[in-house]
Write a protein that binds this ligand. Structure first.
Ligand code: PFF
Length: 443
């Protein structure tokens, strides 16, 4: 794969559609399916949605465009892109690289859980009405089974970057994302026909001013950055495969709209069903792996719906997992001039090593805590609350104040460019610093 080492022969997305599907595939993941609907319900419903949309448009779109611009201009992965601005900025690229190892270490464990649930529903290894909280807890606490599922997930993610940008990543997203969207529509519409589904919609959408605080704003901002895959060079990497004449404003607009619609549809798929069966819309992993199986147990054709839901969740996690891996693969492939295949094997092996303690955080390592957090939680907290915002702040400062990206790569409209630059230099970094201090509990 020597070809990928020179920018002239760098792979390009074969169409605008391929680029949109790849970035959407990266953005739409576990963050949309279980986190967004729940966080929305708990933070004032429709008000949170409005806040999320405003923050995405006026704040998050700036680093999003910035990452794409950096990749498009440098045509390199995240380490070499920073080095091309200035050799001294190498460390900033490495920080993104480290983030791209941290996130998969916990993300892929959850990916492994989805694989396990696919097996359960596909083969009926546990009767649908017997899948319970204990099923999840017993499985997650085992030393070997969740590790094997995590490894299966890791290998399934790695196959695509291993095959290359066009033959692997692009093909996977071009097929999986349309399928994912069809399945999501189907399940969301089905959910609406359940009795009492209106209560679920109320939970999500009814504006509740009492739940709306300053914390809500920051929660919405953090959610927006994570779900749009901003802050670890994923969009720098995907942007580096863009042709010079591609319109990144249009693509970013489609990405933001598509990602938000999918997150809302995920809520419409989940909450009417949860309320219809009088279940508790509880937090995080529990909602998807513990509460929803109870819904499937009560539904006619529960095994079919359960299987469909976990395949959908798996697809979402898979396309994000591919993008997470591609960041580090592209970075070391260029940096050390090695083949893509070797880079994939090296990065997958490094991530695998860290997946052992994150997986066992739910089993025999659950008692080992740092700062009162398990290893899984430490990786999640460090990545989401420290590394992602920190990388985004650095990106805005370096691109805004030092690189000063070429206007023609972004737009012909001088006014738009000026507004973008103003937000990039003066507005977004201080807001992100606040987010970070909040994430660290310092504010
Ligand atoms: N956006 C993904 C999600 O919402 O699940 C997670 C993610 C993928 C974060 C890629 C960061 C990234 F670079």
């Amino acid at each position: 794969m020597a070809i990928e080492r020179s920018a002239a022969k760098r792979p390009n997305w074969s169409s605008g559609f391929a680029f949109i599907m790849a970035t959407l595939g990266s953005a739409v993941g576990l963050g949309n399916i279980w986190r967004f609907p729940y966080v929305m319900g708990q933070n004032g419903g429709a008000l949170f949605l409005l806040m999320y949309i405003l923050l995405t448009i006026f704040i998050c779109s700036v680093p999003l465009l910035c990452e794409l611009l950096l990749g498009k201009q440098m045509r390199r992965g995240v380490i070499r892109s920073y080095e091309k601005i200035n050799k001294k900025f190498s460390a900033f690229g490495w920080l993104c690289f480290i983030t791209s190892i941290f996130i998969p270490c916990f993300y892929f464990v959850v990916g492994g859980w989805t694989v396990n649930y696919i097996f359960i529903y596909l083969f009926g290894t546990i009767p649908v009405n017997e899948i319970s909280q204990a099923t999840f807890e017993t499985f997650a606490a085992q030393p070997v089974a969740p590790l094997i599922m995590g490894i299966i997930f890791l290998v399934l993610c790695a196959i695509f970057p291993f095959r290359g940008v066009n033959k692997g990543i692009e093909q996977a997203n071009n097929i999986i994302m349309p399928l994912f969207i069809i399945m999501l529509f189907f399940l969301a519409v089905t959910g609406l026909f359940l009795p009492n589904s209106i209560e679920g919609l109320k939970f999500m959408f009814a504006p509740d001013f009492s739940k709306f605080t300053f914390t809500t704003v920051l929660t919405a901002l953090g959610q927006a950055l994570f779900t749009l895959s901003v802050g670890m060079g994923c969009l720098v990497t995907y942007g580096s495969y863009l042709k010079k004449d591609s319109d990144i404003i249009k693509s970013s607009g489609l990405l933001i709209i598509g990602n938000t619609i999918i997150a809302v549809l995920a809520g419409i798929m989940i909450f009417p069903a949860v309320f219809s069966f009088n279940l508790e819309p509880s937090a995080g992993a529990g909602l998807v792996f513990i509460t929803l199986p109870k819904v499937f147990a009560a539904l006619p054709f529960g095994q079919f719906f359960g299987l469909m839901f976990f395949v959908l969740l798996f697809f979402a996690a898979l396309t994000s997992g591919i993008s997470l891996l591609e960041v580090s693969i592209a970075a070391i492939l260029e940096k050390f001039k090695i083949s893509r295949k070797l880079a994939t094997v090296i990065m997958s092996s490094i991530i695998l090593v860290f997946m052992f303690p994150t997986t066992w955080s739910f089993g025999f390592l659950s008692g080992y805590k740092m700062f009162n957090m398990t290893f899984f939680e430490v990786m999640d907290f460090t990545a989401s609350n420290i590394l992602l915002p920190l990388n985004t702040i650095i990106l805005c400062v370096v691109v805004g104040w030092i690189l000063k990206p070429k206007m023609e790569l972004l737009t012909n409209n001088k006014k738009f460019y000026d507004v973008f630059n103003f937000l990039l230099k003066f507005i977004v970094p201080p807001i992100l610093i606040l987010l970070m201090l909040f994430g660290l509990g310092l504010v």
